[in-house]
Ligand binder design. Structure first.
Ligand code: ATP
Length: 236
């Protein structure tokens, strides 16, 4: 479970997140949706521990800054970061050792195979394309067997096969009881995934929509109405 309570973040005079609160329960997929500058990255980075903020964030009931929370939490950033001197395989090994998780060779092989990285295992971080880096970053997040996973614009830069695989993986995580939060401004990419959508605008959550209450086609109209945008300005 992921709980965000009263999250406030200012950059100088800019109030990027203003008393934000939401919860994503176990086995549910939450979507953070909003136009450019709405504050999504600020919320994501706060949850991931990359920003100082006011408020309380809990991961599986533990303070997000605690070791207990970090052990069961995975984050896929929008821009993947690779170590130049480590191979793809070494990135996976590094993460599993750092987290102290028991992972079999077969599990690693299967994961790399799912994202078509089997024949890229010996490539160095600086020899990978952007899409390959994104796939390695996803594999590093998955290999720790997280209970809460945060994905920032995860489909951007992936080829169609990888997008399909990632969607399947996300649904498997959900079936396994994992909490998933995806930040995006492309509703189209997550329409078969979402359980609850939080629409952000100007640092606020301006709408919370559980799937049982809102159809896909209505969500788009609600998005435009609560953000005051028109579909001519920015598509979702
Ligand atoms: P996008 O979809 O364009 O990535 P976003 O919803 O992720 O946007 P944020 O990046 O969280 O939005 O930005 C929210 C507000 O905070 C914006 O007004 C932005 O200009 C401001 N902001 C973000 N990062 C900083 C920073 N490091 N310093 C100053 N202002 C910032």
């Amino acid at each position: 479970m992921l709980e965000v309570m009263d999250l406030t973040k200012k950059y100088g005079k800019t109030l990027a997140a203003d008393h934000i609160g939401f919860t994503v329960p176990d086995g549910r997929i939450g979507i953070l949706l909003g136009p450019n500058g709405a504050g999504k990255s600020t919320v994501i980075k706060s949850i991931a521990g990359l920003l100082r903020y006011k408020g309380v964030i809990r991961i599986q009931g533990q303070d997000a800054g605690s070791l207990e929370a970090k052990r069961c939490f995975a984050y896929v950033p929008e821009l993947p970061y690779m170590y130049d001197a480590l191979t793809v395989r070494e990135h996976i090994e590094f993460i599993t050792r750092a987290y102290g998780v028991a992972v079999t060779e077969e599990e690693v092989e299967r994961l790399l195979g799912r994202f078509e990285l089997t024949d890229k295992q010996e490539k160095l971080g600086n020899e990978l394309s952007k899409g390959m880096m994104q796939k390695v970053s996803i594999c590093c997040a998955l290999v720790i067997k997280p209970r809460v996973i945060l994905l920032d614009e995860p489909m951007v830069g992936l080829d169609p096969a990888a997008i399909k695989e990632l969607k399947e993986v996300i649904l498997e995580l959900k079936a396994d009881g994992c909490t998933v939060l995806i930040s995006t401004h492309m509703l189209e990419m997550v329409k078969e995934l979402w359980d609850v959508t939080f629409v952000m605008d100007k640092g606020h959550i301006v709408g919370t929509y559980p799937r049982e209450a809102v159809a896909d086609e209505d969500l788009e109209a609600l998005y435009f109405s609560v953000t005051g945008q028109t579909d001519r300005k920015e598509g979702i």
